[in-house]
Design a protein. Structure first.
Length: 391
């Protein structure tokens, strides 16, 4: 079977060898210098001023919402728009933290929210924030979405967990909003086994993210920030300063193991992105050209497409079911991410007021699937994939 992923890390054998040596010689394995180093290196690669490393992409989503609440940029009861076609833990923190989760439909040909879909949502709802998912490495006109958010004073946050390295109009996805979240789960572009991050250019946001990441205390802040915070709250005793909790937080810290792996992997990111794009273009030229059983996918507006997986949106449930059967024991398949979130049981339990009915997200949920793209796909495997999906 052609699996979604083939290895735990890129260049796995060498990475594991380095990891064993690191563990044997490390003085500490809790959050420390390896994590700090990875934050600096990843921020530089992404082109952002700050990176806050966390234990998962889901934690990154939770942390950024809690941070915005702590800073007063959001308040409980506010309406937050989200991409209807996404992953569960994009939506769950909104509900868990007392916000109203408003689904925004996606375009059928990009699988992503467009400025048109956002404007339609704004006719029905006053949104304080948009949590935009750059699904599977694609995007729509995110530059226009940014303009609308600026005009309407809406906070724009990107979930970039599946679009690491994609470039649109000369700018990497993840750099259009106030902040962006990333996942380094084993099945994603870059693996630290479990891991995630938030990137931003805002020092104030990054500082609060670090407080949220670790119990609400200040231990991972710069000395200058610590002194400022302690003086403001009149915490003068070194006995109490390490155990003073300044705002709402969790324990979302990664370990030095995750940080070390990240430092070994970030050097491969350009190579990984290049191979994913090459795979996509080779297969897409056959997959999306002139096949009347699938809806076309548009991607010619994207400069660099760091594709996460190959979406196939069938023109009927029958065609989709036949493909699933055809791929059995040959190609590993998945639904399109988490599908239409308003069709998931948790959403109807907590936010049934906002369920979508006739939507592109619903069609994609019911008639879509994807198969993996990874930098280790062989020419033989790519030919087999093309053969199965085009005949």
């Amino acid at each position: 079977m052609i699996k979604l992923i083939k290895s735990t890390f890129y260049n796995e054998k060498d990475t594991k060898k380095q990891l064993l040596s690191f563990i044997n010689n490390a003085e500490m394995l809790s959050f420390g210098p390896q994590c700090n180093s990875f934050e600096e290196r990843f921020a530089k690669w992404q082109g952002r001023k700050h990176c806050v490393f966390l234990n998962s992409g889901s934690s990154a989503n939770l942390a950024i919402i809690q941070t915005l609440l702590n800073l007063g940029k959001l308040k409980k009861g506010d309406k937050v728009g989200f991409s209807a076609l996404t992953w569960s833990t994009n939506v769950m923190p909104l509900i868990e933290l007392g916000l109203q989760a408003i689904p925004i439909d996606v375009e059928l040909d990009t699988l992503n929210v467009s400025s048109k879909k956002l404007r339609q949502a704004l006719k029905r709802h006053t949104l304080e924030m948009v949590f935009l998912t750059n699904l599977l490495g694609f995007c729509d006109d995110i530059d226009e979405i940014r303009k609308i958010c600026d005009e309407e004073k809406i906070i724009l946050i990107e979930d970039n967990c599946e679009a690491l390295g994609t470039v649109y109009k000369g700018k990497k996805l993840g750099n259009f909003g106030l902040a962006s979240t990333f996942s380094f789960y084993v099945g994603h572009h870059m693996s630290t086994i479990e891991g995630g991050a938030v990137c931003t250019d805002s020092e104030r946001l990054a500082t609060m993210l670090r407080i949220v990441r670790a119990h609400g205390w200040d231990r991972n802040l710069s000395e200058k920030r610590q002194v400022k915070l302690r003086n403001r709250h009149k915490v003068n005793s070194t006995f109490y300063s390490r155990y003073t909790f300044y705002d709402l937080g969790y324990n979302l810290r990664p370990t030095e193991i995750n940080g070390f792996i990240g430092n070994t992997q970030v050097r491969y990111l350009d190579e990984i992105v290049k191979k994913r794009e090459e795979n996509f273009m080779q297969i897409a030229n056959s997959l999306y050209s002139g096949i009347d059983t699938f809806y076309p996918i548009r991607y010619d507006h994207i400069d660099t497409l760091s594709n996460f997986a190959f979406p196939v949106i069938c023109k009927s449930k029958k065609i989709r079911d036949e493909l699933v059967s055809k791929c059995d024991s040959k190609i590993e398949l998945r639904p399109i991410v988490g599908g239409d979130m308003t069709k998931q049981p948790f959403f109807s339990k907590y936010e049934k007021r906002f369920i979508l009915t006739k939507s592109n997200a619903r069609l994609i949920h019911e008639q879509g699937l994807y198969f993996g793209n990874n930098p280790e796909l062989t020419e033989k495997e790519k030919k087999e994939i093309i053969s199965i999906f085009t005949h």
